[in-house]
Design a protein. Structure first.
Lengths: 264, 298
């Protein structure tokens, strides 16, 4: 139908990578190629090409601004021209699909992740930095969190209950120490993130390798004793008093923060 | 049930000049910084549905003290893709908690072929288009279990030589969908300026008995170098020409909820409240003239 073809052609002018050149060269031809009847395309106003370009700029700028808002350090590293090209490519190949604007950046990262992972023109740390920056919004807005505690003390034969926002993230760089100008140091890094139950702010804890190994197993639902023993075996260390004391201190800290709620 | 009966069946509907509840000052409002200064807040549920953190609790506390109106951006009422069932379900659940007297969204499409473009893109003004959009508005109203309003948008390109003009298209959708109009007088002004028509002639075509809510906002030039295109940015104070359109409508309709929109260059809350007070004085003066026309004391 003609009216549907008009909508499809308009959308294509915003979405397709080569639309700017094609629209500028022959806007009526562009509409005709997208199924708009020639007599209807002929009725487009003189300024149609310019106005379509303005709409494209508005849509892409808005999406780009969302990415800059949530990934400021990543965006600074990419630079404006590269980010603009990334957004154009994203819109053409995938585009956001959720109706929630705040999720645009997460959808952009899902698309960017496999591309950036093999893109030698980008800094090696960029993907990790971007994922870490997005964590703040992802966890800060997670519908989970603030669950009632089971009220049960930790028990060796039971899994534990974390707050629903607790996440363990592993990176090849200490991304939490990056600044707008300084790159993150190249260090294997494990971070525990959670949303504070009172202030609703996302907090980040840098974990030791053994705390990370135990946390990973606990988050997977292993009982406490199995998680401790499995972590020690994984790291090749003894499950001795020093290890247990360190883990007891770690669990007490998490409990005080409201991130660890007791036995599940 | 007609849309009027649907609205009348709801809880008391606020009137006067309200503001959009933006994240930049949500915490301040939660702490009481606007208590007694605003008759209602308008929210975009798209920013709250399926989202945790501080927002839900803050909104719940604000909703205990103020009426809340709901205005969305993402339904893509004119889109060709099927309506998003999960999104509608999320909205329905959210409204059960709130609950606003109606929900509104724009006469536009916002995405295509599964791609959500997060903007208000214009529709062809044809009867076929009006029929299709009206059917979707009815379906949304049914699935949200509340009346729907549609909002006229700012458009920067009309899609070809269509048999209807924008006002006729809006009227056809309103009548076919039996829904209300969220009349954005700034959009009327912007379109009139950009496309060279008289905004009062446009307004004269609109059945004012279908106007349930008004939006008013500031606008800016697309480019300082080229001042021949005005863009509805919601990023500047309201201009006197737009105040005049607000007055024209309120003189004829009487009391309505009027929303002062500000989404860009958002000033500190107290400054925004002062702008609200200024628009309210325009609104109150128009309301007094409306009462005088009716033979009632203001």
């Amino acid at each position: 139908m003609s009216e549907e073809a008009l909508i499809r052609a308009f959308a294509a002018s915003v979405i397709e990578l080569d639309a700017p050149e094609a629209v500028k060269a022959d806007v009526r031809g562009f509409f005709a190629r997208h199924g708009v009847a020639p007599e209807l395309a002929a009725g487009l106003p003189e300024a149609a090409a310019e106005r379509l370009a303005i709409y494209r700029t508005m849509v892409h700028s808005r999406l780009r601004a969302a990415v800059v808002d949530f990934l400021p350090k990543t965006a600074a590293r990419l630079g404006r021209p590269r980010l603009r090209r990334e957004i154009e490519q994203f819109v053409a190949e995938a585009a956001p699909s959720a109706p929630y604007f705040w999720r645009v950046t997460g959808e952009f990262l899902v698309w960017a992740q496999p591309r950036w992972a093999v893109d030698a023109t980008l800094p090696d740390f960029l993907l990790d930095l971007a994922l870490h920056e997005w964590s703040d919004a992802e966890i800060g807005n997670d519908p989970a969190g603030g669950e009632a505690a089971s009220g049960k003390p930790l028990a060796l034969d039971q899994p534990v209950q974390f707050d629903g926002t607790v996440r363990l993230r592993r990176y090849g760089w200490a991304v939490h120490r990056a600044t707008e100008t300084e790159p993150p140091p190249p260090e294997p890094t494990a971070l525990l993130l959670y949303r504070d139950r009172t202030e609703h702010l996302v907090k980040t804890l840098e974990l030791t390798p053994r705390a990370a190994a135990v946390t990973s197993r606990l988050l997977a639902g292993e009982p406490l004793q199995a998680a401790l023993m499995g972590a020690c075996a994984e790291l090749g260390v003894a499950l001795d008093d020093e290890f247990l004391a360190a883990m007891a201190g770690y669990f007490a800290d998490l409990a005080e923060r409201g991130a660890l709620l007791g036995a599940a | 049930m007609s849309f009027r009966a649907g609205i009348a069946a709801r809880a008391a509907v606020p009137t006067g000049v309200g503001l959009g509840l933006r994240s930049t000052f949500l915490a301040e409002v939660d702490r009481g910084a606007a208590d007694g200064r605003v008759p209602f807040w308008e929210i975009s549920p798209d920013n709250y549905v399926a989202r945790g953190g501080s927002r839900p609790a803050r909104l719940a506390r604000v909703a205990e003290r103020f009426p809340i109106l709901s205005h969305g951006l993402s339904l893509s009422l004119g889109g060709l893709d099927p309506l998003d069932a999960d999104f509608l379900s999320g909205l329905h659940g959210f409204f059960e908690q709130l609950p606003p007297p109606w929900h509104s969204d724009h006469l536009c499409f916002s995405g295509h072929d599964g791609k959500m473009l997060h903007d208000l893109l214009p529709l062809p003004w044809t009867t076929a288009s009006a029929k299709r959009v009206a059917a979707r508005v009815r379906e949304v109203s049914q699935r949200l279990a509340r009346p729907m309003l549609v909002e006229n948008i700012s458009y920067y390109l009309s899609l070809g030589s269509t048999p209807l003009d924008e006002a006729a298209f809006v009227v056809e959708v309103l009548e076919r969908a039996d829904c209300g109009l969220l009349l954005d007088v700034n959009n009327v002004f912007v379109n009139a300026a950009n496309h060279g028509f008289d905004p009062l002639e446009w307004l004269a075509q609109i059945p004012l008995d279908r106007v349930v809510q008004l939006h008013i906002a500031g606008h800016e030039f697309w480019d300082d170098e080229r001042r021949d295109l005005i863009v509805d940015t919601h990023g500047a104070p309201v201009r006197s020409e737009v105040d005049a359109l607000l007055s024209w409508v309120v003189e004829r309709t009487g009391a309505l909820p009027v929303l002062l929109e500000r989404d860009e260059n958002i000033p500190p809350l107290q400054e925004l409240l002062a702008e609200r007070d200024r628009v309210d004085s325009v609104y109150q003066a128009a309301l007094a003239r409306h009462a005088a026309h009716q033979g009632d004391p203001a």
